[in-house]
Design a protein around this ligand. Structure first.
Ligand code: GLN
Length: 483
């Protein structure tokens, strides 16, 4: 059952070939069998079976939606009522939210079955899933390598078929980068398309939730449920949600694809580059016109992001003070001791590094030199996207400079780790949507192709990804040992 696509599973549930309880049990068994991947922080077996029973009743009443009875899993950044939400941190190891995130609520309403909460980098800060308090997640394609981050648990679980689909969040690449490194499809929607209510904040002006699935068609189904205006999120945009599956089969004839020369220069592994060339050539065959473009400010994305994101995180994470919720140190002697030890003991190294960088960048005297300047650069980067997307319909490029790197290889060198976000970060600074789709392998490890579109063009991106997936089968490969 676990090798079927989402829509095949929908068919199987509706025809009575299997029940949601049977399907859910099969996935729970797989999770137990492959615990060594460390993809899950919490497995919600009882809730899953309850959800599945309710879904079976709904299916038999003919009131089912596409996701009714489908086993999915949530990144542990989304608050879940009665189930602990850790955000990958010791700080929230004992935290159970009193409400569901809007994304969780919407998926519950659709009748999806929640298998559990997925591992992630601490507070979504990382590119390798090595900063989690709950330990490293392993890449199912080679367990000595990282799955990418911060939604590494989500990517590993979907790739290894320990969930049909999963949610992820992307502040600077955290949906697309692990999707690329684990050979699955990931979509970061336009900023404001998916509600951030109940999604623990890292950098609020960049954070966006989205689907992680095998195919674009599955991403369309997930996004349909996840997207939409939410009055509880003041940055959520009140603009109608199109039918994402309706345009999947539109022709790509005449589609203008731009390849920024800055994306294909130094730093990109040559085998990854040649794999992408073949993928892009596939688009020519589908009738697209390919054009080289230039986005001169892309090179400023990493320095600007690593000022803005830490600045926002230093403000967002100030709420974890040992008083209101989360970790509290033992026997504090006074208030200062309570604050400093609770934060000192509750946060991991990378989170502390970000808080320090952010506090520094926001401090009087440095605010203009760093924070204001980074905001100006952000504007220039947005202008680059505006100009490029005036010239072409979509932009394509790599997601990551290399395939998955080894566990331990970069964790000691933060700058090198930050550089692995080079192709994803600018997209968040501009707020446009982007996807990563499986586009081949280098030495047995998956390569992702990035497709970037204009604001609210998720439907077009899904169409472009789906057409490629009709003529290639990279998205259907399963890592050895997980068939
Ligand atoms: N790797 C980037 C960071 O550590 C992006 C993380 C993310 O998108 N959540 O900030």
């Amino acid at each position: 059952m676990h090798t079927k696509t989402l829509l095949e599973l929908v068919q199987g549930l509706r025809s009575g070939e299997f029940s949601s309880v049977e399907l859910t049990q099969a996935f729970l068994n797989r999770i137990m069998q492959h615990q060594h991947l460390n993809a899950y922080i919490t497995v919600t077996e009882e809730i899953a079976l309850e959800n599945a029973k309710a879904a079976d009743i709904r299916l038999s009443n003919g009131k089912a939606e596409l996701l009714t009875g489908i086993p999915i899993a949530q990144k542990d950044i989304f608050c879940t009522l009665d189930v602990k939400t850790t955000c990958g941190s010791k700080m929230l190891d004992n935290f159970t939210a009193p409400y569901n995130a809007t994304v969780v609520e919407k998926l519950n309403q659709a009748g999806a079955v929640m298998l559990g909460k997925l591992n992630m980098d601490e507070f979504a800060m990382g590119s390798s899933n090595e900063t989690s308090y709950y330990g490293v997640v392993k890449n199912p394609w080679n367990t000595n390598t990282v799955p990418g981050g911060s939604s590494g648990g989500s990517a590993a679980a979907v790739a290894a078929r320990l969930a049909v689909c999963a949610t992820g969040t992307d502040t600077g690449g955290s949906i697309r980068q692990p999707a690329a490194l684990c050979g699955i499809t990931g979509l970061k929607p336009t900023y404001g398309r998916v509600s951030r209510y109940g999604m623990i904040a890292y950098a609020s002006s960049l954070d966006q939730g989205g689907p992680m699935t095998h195919s674009a068609e599955e991403a369309a189904v997930m996004l349909q449920t996840m997207a939409g205006f939410d009055e509880k999120d003041s940055t959520s945009v009140d603009c109608p949600v199109p039918d994402y599956r309706a345009g999947l089969n539109n022709s790509l004839a005449g589609l203008k694809i731009g390849l920024p020369k800055e994306f294909f220069g130094e730093g990109l592994n040559s085998e990854v580059a040649s794999t992408l060339e073949i993928a892009i050539n596939e688009y020519s065959k589908l009738g697209a016109e390919i054009k080289e473009i230039s986005m001169p400010n892309l090179k400023l994305a990493i320095p600007a992001y690593y000022v803005i994101a830490p600045a926002e995180c230093s403000a967002n994470l100030s709420r974890f003070d040992g008083v209101r919720y989360g970790y509290r140190c033992e026997n504090p002697v006074d208030l200062t001791d309570l604050y400093t030890r609770s934060r000192g003991e509750g946060f991991g190294k990378e989170v502390k590094r970000r808080i320090l960088m952010g506090t520094y960048a926001l401090s009087a005297g440095y605010y203009d030199a760093y924070y204001i300047k980074a905001q100006k650069v952000r504007r220039l980067i947005s202008e680059d996207f505006k100009n490029a997307l005036g010239e072409v319909d979509v932009i394509m490029g790599p997601v990551t400079p290399t395939t998955a790197f080894g566990i331990g290889e970069k964790i000691g060198n933060p700058i090198e780790m930050y550089l692995s976000d080079i192709y994803t970060i600018a997209i968040n600074l501009a707020g446009v949507p982007a996807m990563s789709i499986p586009a081949g392998f280098v030495a047995g490890m998956p390569v992702g192709l990035q497709i970037i579109g204009n604001y609210f063009a998720e439907d077009r991106l899904l169409n472009i990804a789906h057409q490629y997936q009709q003529v290639t089968d990279w998205h259907q490969h399963t890592p050895k040992g997980f068939e």
